[in-house]
Design a protein around this ligand. Structure first.
Ligand SMILES: Cc1cc2nc3c(=O)[nH]c(=O)nc-3n(C[C@H](O)[C@H](O)[C@H](O)COP(=O)(O)OP(=O)(O)OC[C@H]3O[C@@H](n4cnc5c(N)ncnc54)[C@H](O)[C@@H]3O)c2cc1C
Length: 440
C-alpha cells in the first residue's frame, strides 16, 4: 500500500478540521512537497459554538503563519487595558484580582476574544476547499504498513497517507480507535453560554470594558466583548462529578436551555451581572469534560494527535485554542526537521517516527503540566461540592488576589520550546557512552 509513487511528495491526512486541524493544514501547505487532506465528520462547517480566547502564544503562532486575518481587530476583541482577565467580587463588583501579561509588547499578541465560529472561518479562509472532505467520520484504528497508513471512514470509504494527524477534538475518533479504554469524565461544571450582538449591552451602567470574571461562592460569571461586535456571557453550575444524579450532568454539548435558569442563578448578584442576565436573549448548555494524560502521543511510526484529541483538559484557563495552534505548529517544525524544503526524497518511516517523537517530547510535558493543574483544581472543587461547603469570602478574595498563575501557559513560545528539545537531543547524541553510564 504505497501512498504515492512520487518519491518526493509526502501526504499528511488530518482527521478533524477544527482549530488544530486547520492550523496544521495551513502550516504544512507552506512546504512545497507536502500534500494535505482534511477529513471532517461534519456534513457542513457551520458557525456553532460560543466564545473562545486566544492568548499571546497562539496569536504569535498565527502571526508566524502570516494569518493576519485571524488575529486582527476585524475579527477579535482586545480590551482597552491590556489586562487579559479582571476578577471582580460577585456581590460588591469591586476588583479583587487580575491576570496581567508579563512579556507581551506587541498589541496583536494581547489576549483576544472571538466567537469561535469567526476564528474558525478566518482559518478556513486560508485553506482551499478542495482539500477538505466532509462527512468523513473516522471509525476504526488506522492500519499502518512500511509505506503508509490507511484510514477507514463510516461511509465505507478509505484514504491513504504517509502520516495521520488526529486533530478531531475532545471526543477524538482517532484516539478512541487507538486507546479504546480512554475515558472522558464530567468535571463537575456545566456552563450556560450565550453570544449575542453587543448592541444589547449598551446602556448597562458600570459595565467594565475589559473581559471580567466575577467570582462568587459556588459559581462564577464571565462577560466579555468579542470581535465583530459580539458579546458573550458565561455562567454555570458546579455539581459533584461522583453523583450520578447531579443536576445538568448529562445535558448535551450545545443543547438549548432556558434563559430563566441563568437569571434565577444570578438573581442575588451585583446589578451589572443581573443586568447582563436580563438582556441575554438565550443560553445553551456546555458540560465540561476532561480526561487523563495519555501514556503516549505517538502510535506506530506514522500517527500522532494534536489539540484536544491529545490532551482533554476541558478548555480550562481559556487555552484550548492556543494550545491546539501551538501543537499544530510544533508538529510542522518537527516534520521540517526530517523533511526540509530542500529534501530530495520524502522521509522514511523511521525518520517520520523521529519527527513525531520530537513533537511529543516538546508538547507532551507542557500539556501534562496543564492537565495536572486542571485535575487538581477539579478535585479540590469536587471535594467542597460533595461536602456541601462553600468557600468563605476571605478564601475567595485570597484566591482571586493570586490570579490564575498561568503566564507559563499563555506566554509560552513554541519555537523556543522546540529549539530546546532539539538542543537536548543533540546534547544526548553527543554524550559519550562513558558519560551516559556515569549518569546511570
Ligand atoms: C463546532 C464546535 C464549536 C466549539 N465551540 C467552542 C466554544 O464556543 N468555546 C470554546 O472554548 N471551545 C469551543 N470548541 C472547542 C474548541 O474549538 C477546542 O477546544 C479547541 O479549539 C481545540 O481545537 P481542536 O481542533 O483540537 O478541536 P475542535 O475545534 O473541537 O475540532 C475537532 C474537529 O474534529 C471533528 N471530528 C470529531 N470527531 C471526528 C471523527 N471521528 N472523524 C472526523 N472528524 C471528527 C469535529 O467535527 C471538529 O470539526 C468548539 C468545537 C467545535 C467542534
Amino acid at each position: 500500500m504505497t501512498e504515492s509513487s512520487d518519491p518526493l511528495r509526502l501526504k499528511v491526512a488530518i482527521v478533524g478540521s477544527g482549530i488544530a486541524g486547520l492550523t496544521a493544514a495551513i502550516a504544512l501547505r507552506k512546504h512545497p512537497n507536502i500534500d494535505v487532506a482534511l477529513y471532517e465528520k461534519a456534513t457542513e462547517l457551520k458557525e456553532i459554538g460560543a466564545s473562545i480566547a486566544l492568548g499571546p502564544n497562539g496569536l504569535r503562532t498565527l502571526q508566524r503563519l502570516g494569518l493576519d486575518n485571524a488575529i486582527s481587530d476585524e475579527v477579535a476583541y482586545r480590551g482597552p487595558s491590556n489586562i487579559p482577565m479582571v476578577y471582580r467580587h460577585w456581590k460588591t463588583n469591586e476588583i479583587i484580582g487580575a491576570d496581567l501579561h508579563e512579556n507581551v509588547t506587541e498589541y496583536l499578541h494581547q489576549t483576544a476574544r472571538y466567537h469561535r465560529g469567526h476564528l474558525h472561518q478566518a482559518l478556513l479562509d486560508n485553506v482551499p476547499k478542495d482539500i477538505i472532505h466532509l462527512h468523513k467520520k473516522l471509525v476504526s484504528a488506522p492500519v499502518e504498513s512500511e509505506d503508509g497508513v490507511t484510514l477507514d471512514f463510516e461511509d465505507g470509504t478509505i484514504a491513504t497517507a504517509d502520516i495521520l494527524l488526529g486533530a478531531d477534538g475532545l471526543r477524538s475518533g482517532v484516539r478512541t480507535s487507538l486507546v479504546p479504554d480512554y475515558q472522558l469524565k464530567w468535571s463537575g461544571w456545566t456552563a450556560f453560554r450565550s453570544v449575542f450582538d453587543a448592541s444589547l449591552v449598551e446602556g448597562i451602567p458600570d459595565l467594565p470594558p475589559d473581559s471580567t470574571h466575577w467570582w462568587g461562592p459556588g459559581t462564577n460569571f464571565f462577560a466579555s466583548r468579542l470581535g465583530k461586535n459580539s458579546f458573550t456571557v458565561v455562567g454555570g453550575v458546579n455539581g459533584n462529578p461522583k453523583d450520578p444524579s447531579a443536576p445538568l450532568k448529562d445535558v448535551h454539548w450545545d443543547q438549548e436551555a432556558s434563559v430563566k435558569l441563568l437569571r434565577d442563578k444570578y438573581a442575588d448578584w451585583n446589578p451589572v451581572v443581573k443586568a447582563l442576565t436580563e438582556i441575554t436573549p438565550s443560553i445553551r448548555f456546555y458540560p465540561n469534560l476532561s480526561g487523563s494524560s495519555l501514556s503516549t502521543w505517538v502510535f506506530g511510526s506514522r500517527t500522532t494527535l494534536i489539540g484536544d484529541a491529545a490532551h482533554a483538559h476541558g478548555g480550562a484557563h481559556a487555552t484550548g485554542g492556543s494550545i491546539a495552534i501551538d501543537d499544530a505548529y510544533c508538529f510542522y517544525l518537527a516534520l521540517l526537521s526530517v523533511f526540509p524544503f530542500m529534501a530530495t526524497r520524502k522521509p522514511t518511516s523511521a525518520e517520520i517516527q523521529k519527527a513525531l517523537n520530537l513533537y511529543e517530547a516538546t508538547r507532551k510535558p507542557h500539556a501534562e503540566r496543564l492537565l495536572k493543574k486542571v485535575h487538581a483544581a477539579n478535585t479540590a472543587k469536587a471535594v467542597k461540592v460533595a461536602a456541601g461547603t462553600l468557600e468563605s469570602d476571605e478564601e475567595l478574595r485570597a484566591r482571586a488576589s493570586k490570579g490564575s498563575d498561568t503566564n507559563w501557559l499563555h506566554e509560552y513560545d513554541v519555537v523556543q520550546a522546540f529549539e530546546e528539545t532539539l538542543a537536548r537531543r543533540d546534547k544526548e547524541i553527543s554524550e559519550s557512552p562513558e558519560e551516559i553510564s556515569a549518569k546511570l
